[in-house]
Design a protein around this ligand. Structure first.
Ligand SMILES: [Zn+2]
Length: 97
């Protein structure tokens, strides 16, 4: 499971704007899409999105849910079963609440 505090990731990428490896950039793009989509509806159960899995060779469509107790965003790929939790998304520019 990927446990991500998005503010740490954004801080890290802000400090090395040109040196961020493509892989990390891809992950940040993916996670910000997950935040953007999930905070529009805040579904409490895993709900299909139009976000494609970031794993190489996987074409799964990501499901996401909002956990009201911890305010974490849970995402899950039903194809390769990779999943993760995102915290620290509140107040970022992808927070659509
Ligand atoms: Zn996948």
């Amino acid at each position: 499971m990927y446990i991500t505090n998005i503010t740490h990731l954004l801080d890290a990428s802000a400090k090395m704007p040109e040196d961020v490896p493509d892989e990390a950039r891809g992950l940040i793009d993916f996670l910000t899409q997950v935040i953007d989509t999930t905070t529009k509806n805040l579904p409490h159960t895993l709900t299909q999105t139009d976000i494609r899995c970031f794993e190489k060779g996987c074409s799964g469509m990501i499901k996401t849910a909002f956990r009201p107790d911890t305010e974490e965003i849970h995402w899950y790929c039903p194809d390769c079963e990779v999943d993760g939790l995102i915290s620290g998304w509140q107040g970022t520019k992808w927070d659509n609440r």
